[in-house]
Design a binder for this molecule. Structure first.
Ligand code: 5GP
Ligand code: MN
Length: 343
């Protein structure tokens, strides 16, 4: 038994007041691992609240426990939320590695007296947790949650609802089982989840085949008019203005996955999507092969993430941000052209 598991076991040996939180704009792994962990802890007799810093896409609303999630940005002035964090005996931080990624919630958590537990698979974790399960080799936080429940000796407590939430996290973070992170371990875990009757095609449909008509038309517009390919750098990118988001009634999650289309072009090893979110430009980076977008983002755009999938931010206007991005490419040209041979 790892020392972290033993420490976790000691922490959970009696019923606790628990808060689980995850990153800004949670994706399926962030929300799925949080809700599955909440489901498990509730079954063990703990009092659990899941708090997300912001809202999340409607195509995640089906997950078991979704209706009890507290969305912090909707209740910013509600003292009850801060109170919950202040009173929590255990605070679980899932699928993010730095408290700065969860806005001002991060400050409340830093100051809260409860035991902080990090469960995450991003690179370069910040050292803020009392107990840490950080494994950048894991495909998803949901993979770690499954292993922790199993290592605590409680695999039989995983319900179909928890299993589907975990499956959603692993499915999306592995790009539907295609990224190199899709290990034998991942497939063995899915085999275990199938034992509790998860409906994989239904999860897939609920996540990937639930476009609104306007979202699909937005995708068509972006691919036809906004995708820019720079062959000399094996790079493709897309920049979306505030007006375009408005014209297509863009909602949380509607821009998710755009970056993968840019990366799907033959020969392209580096893709970026820039979204003008008002005060700041949010950036998604993806790569195939050796080129580390996590390093690129950390060095140039205050970001980070994984080797082949990372995000960052820019406080300059959209046009200036794209200009800066383009001006950086020549210094990476060798790596980008080399990556094409490897990737
Ligand atoms: P996405 O492009 O899907 O928003 O994010 C890709 C990956 O990078 C995710 O694992 C996400 O958690 C991480 N990420 C996204 N934005 C940031 C950021 O601003 N800072 C850091 N450190 N990681 C980020
Ligand atoms: Mn994840």
């Amino acid at each position: 038994m790892s020392s972290s598991i033993a420490e976790l076991q000691a922490l959970l040996a009696q019923p606790r007041q628990v808060v689980i939180t995850t990153h800004h704009k949670p994706d399926a792994d962030a929300l799925g691992s949080s809700l599955a962990w909440a489901g498990y802890l509730q079954r063990k007799g703990h009092h659990v609240t899941v708090i997300t810093p912001s809202d999340y896409p409607a195509f995640l609303n089906w997950m078991a426990g979704n209706d009890e999630v507290v969305v912090y940005e909707r209740r910013q002035n509600d003292p009850q939320v801060r109170d919950l964090i202040q009173r929590a005996e255990a605070i679980f931080c899932l699928d993010f590695s730095a408290l700065s990624r969860i806005n001002e919630l991060g400050d409340y958590i830093r100051q809260a007296p409860g035991t902080k537990v990090l469960i995450d698979h991003h690179q370069q974790p910040e050292d803020f947790a009392d107990i840490s399960f950080s494994n950048p080799c894991a495909a998803a936080t949901a993979e770690l949650i499954f292993e922790i429940i199993r290592d605590l000796g409680d695999q039989e407590l995983i319900t179909k609802g928890m299993g589907e939430a975990l499956y959603a996290g692993i499915m999306t973070d592995t790009g539907s089982f295609r990224h190199p992170s899709t290990s034998r371990n991942v497939h063995l875990i899915i085999a275990e989840l199938l034992k509790v009757g998860i409906d994989l095609s239904s999860v897939h449909r609920r996540i990937y085949d639930s476009h609104t008509e306007i979202r699909l038309r937005f995708l068509g517009y972006v691919l036809k008019d906004k995708l820019i390919v720079r062959r000399e750098f094996n790079t493709a990118y897309i920049a979306i203005t505030k007006d375009e988001l408005k014209a297509y009634e863009s909602k949380t999650g509607d821009t998710e996955g755009l970056v993968n289309y840019a990366l799907s072009i033959e020969g392209i090893v580096f893709a970026a999507v820039f979204i003008d979110r008002g005060p700041a430009v949010k950036i998604s980076f993806r790569s195939v092969g050796d080129f580390s977008v996590s390093d690129f983002s950390r060095t140039n755009f205050e970001g980070g993430g994984h080797h082949n999938a990372a995000g960052g931010i820019s406080h300059a206007p959209l046009d200036a941000t794209v200009e800066r991005f383009l001006s950086l490419l020549p210094q990476y040209q060798e790596a980008l052209v080399g990556a094409a041979l490897v990737g």
